[in-house]
Design a binder for this molecule. Structure first.
Ligand code: ADP
Length: 382
């Protein structure tokens, strides 16, 4: 077990800057998720930690020891790749046991067997141990490759999209299982994904990476309720956050938000920007409610489309020039009908219209409610 730190890690491939100077600290035993779109630099980060790539600049520390120039096999790091290779001539059991037999680990056979059984049961491949790799599906093979990494004693575990080859339902199940695996709870882990649900479900903390730069590091609640900017807000949630362009206005009851077409007006309370500032109002589909609600602001719109979303409905409503998505329990909603939707003012997230950076709004949003709902509901969509 060990903490992990990246200090100003920069990686250039010729002219291309894959990492622009990353500062990151992962605590001892923390499960840390790196989230970002393809090409953001996630895999490059893992490779710099593992020693498979040398940073152009900056340092990597494991357990307080500078390992920047250390050989990969002296770093006590285990890494699972998205691309997995199994030994075709060996059984599943032998494939998984292979690293434990290496003189480097010297794990007693009985201990090895216990570890292997626990990990393979967790990953749902315990019944496949006598099979050969060619007798497995792609998803099963990926889980065998993952098991091979998870059974190894390591100070730091690096996981690069380890569930990407599984279908959505299995992926959701595996996520829960992974989380329950004791070893993972106590091993410092850096987990790479482009899937926001995976990030919310697994991460003690999440770092959002864009084009080689860290945009935000925080808990799931911080990232969900107080995204650093519009990019982070858009990276989380399905359906995605509604972004309504408009401006800050003065109203008889204080500052407010008015959409560009005037169809949506919301109170803001204290905001640190003057009237006339171009902004975007972010409204999460799960925060909006069909019908009128006390304490919320009602706006009228016309239903554009209604789609099932797990046990709920996704309703898209045209409000003025805006197309707004909301998620609601199953009920009768007729396409093309006029409806009222209610917006809880405290759930509005405001962004600077030019830079996209979040502008704090007076009062702030209530915490720790939405993320779990967003994860489970969308997982049930398949
Ligand atoms: P991610 O894992 O977030 O998808 P990567 O870390 O794989 O992103 O890549 C970051 C950037 O670095 C991308 O633009 C990618 O094309 C580039 N890159 C990665 N590896 C190499 C390499 N070996 N040579 C040149 N460019 C690379």
């Amino acid at each position: 077990m060990a903490s992990l730190a990246l200090r100003g890690v920069r990686k250039e491939y010729g002219k291309l800057v894959a990492l622009a100077g990353l500062d990151l600290e992962v605590g001892d035993g923390e499960f840390f998720v790196l989230l970002g779109p393809s090409g953001a630099g996630k895999t490059t980060t893992l490779k710099c930690v593992a020693g498979l790539e040398a940073p152009t600049r900056g340092r990597v520390e494991i357990g307080g020891r500078d390992v920047t120039d250390a050989e990969p096999n002296t770093r006590h790091v285990a890494m699972a790749f998205e691309n997995y290779a199994l030994y075709p001539q060996q059984t599943v059991y032998d494939n998984i046991a292979f690293p434990l037999r290496s003189p480097r680990y010297r794990v007693a056979p009985e201990t090895a067997q216990v570890r292997i059984e626990r990990v393979t049961e967790t990953l749902g491949i315990g019944h496949l141990l006598r099979r050969m790799p060619r007798e497995l599906s792609g998803g099963q093979r990926q889980r065998v490759a993952l098991a091979r990494v998870l059974v190894r004693p390591a100070d730091v575990l690096l996981l690069d999209e380890p569930l990407s080859h599984l279908d959505a339902k299995l992926r959701a199940a595996m996520r829960a299982e992974l989380k329950s695996l004791g070893d993972l709870q106590s091993t410092t882990s850096l987990y790479v994904t482009h899937d926001y649900q995976e990030a919310l479900a697994l991460g003690d903390r999440i770092a959002v990476l864009r084009a080689g730069e860290l945009v935000q590091v925080g808990t799931r609640e911080e990232i969900w309720h107080r995204p650093a900017d519009a990019f982070v807000a858009r990276s989380f949630g399905q359906p995605g956050i509604n972004m309504v362009p408009g401006e800050v206005v003065d109203t008889p009851v204080g500052r407010g938000f008015r959409s560009r077409d005037g169809a949506i007006a919301l109170p803001l309370g204290a905001v640190p920007v003057p009237p006339g500032t171009a902004v975007e109002a972010g409204l999460r589909p799960r925060d909006l409610v069909l019908g009128e609600r006390p304490g919320m602001l009602a706006v009228t719109g016309r239903v554009y489309v209604v789609e099932p979303l797990g046990r709920q409905l996704e309703v898209t409503i045209d409000v003025g020039a805006q197309r707004i998505a909301l998620v609601t329990p199953r009920e009768r909603v007729e396409p093309d009908s006029l409806v009222t939707l209610s917006v809880p003012p405290a759930r509005l997230i405001l962004f600077d219209g030019t830079t996209g950076v979040r502008i704090p709004v007076g009062g702030g949003a209530p915490e720790a409610v939405v993320a779990a709902d967003a994860v489970t509901e969308v997982a049930g969509r398949v």
